[in-house]
Design a protein around this ligand. Structure first.
Ligand code: FES
Length: 156
């Protein structure tokens, strides 16, 4: 892990402990999660207890403490999407990627996650891949998307 990147982020905020949340967010943006080494470094440089950083990271659900894939497939499980078959999309992703929902592939290419309504119910069922909204999804379409990404990344 490149701690130099963490140091650069902390420096940008002049080692200011009141900027802890922003620093955690920037580190996550850079690394897609909050590695343990990064948390330790932030703790040392800001003189903030490690426990406080972890408690914030668990309080704000947007933080991830485990490695995340380059592509996050986020399936909306809100009511509107659920009744239109969102669960089938999750199951299709789990089959295609051979991981359970909530996990990341060993090659760190994909993660699957489920969220509550994201406010685009008319598009449901909905799979968001790295911020791109894919509405009216079917199992076939979600499979195609995964294949497309794999081939563009040089995989199978
Ligand atoms: S239920 Fe999926 S966007 Fe609202």
């Amino acid at each position: 892990m490149e701690l130099a990147k963490v140091d650069a982020i902390i420096d940008r905020y002049n080692n200011d402990p009141t900027a802890l949340l922003a620093i955690m967010q920037d580190v996550q943006d850079e690394m897609r999660y909050l590695p343990r080494e990064a948390v330790t470094r932030i703790s040392q440089k800001l003189s903030v207890p490690v426990a406080r950083i972890y408690s914030m990271a668990t309080f704000y659900t947007s933080f991830h403490l485990e490695p995340r894939g380059k592509y996050t497939c986020t399936v909306c499980m809100g009511t509107a999407c659920h009744v239109r078959g969102a669960k089938r999309l999750v199951e299709q992703l789990e089959r295609d990627l051979a991981i359970p929902s909530g996990k990341t592939t060993a090659d760190l290419l994909f993660s699957i996650e489920e969220v509550n309504c994201v406010g685009a119910c008319a598009l449901g069922p909905l799979v968001i891949i790295n911020g791109e909204y894919n509405g009216n999804m079917t199992s076939d379409l979600v499979s195609k998307k995964v294949k497309q990404i794999k081939s563009q990344e040089g995989g199978a």
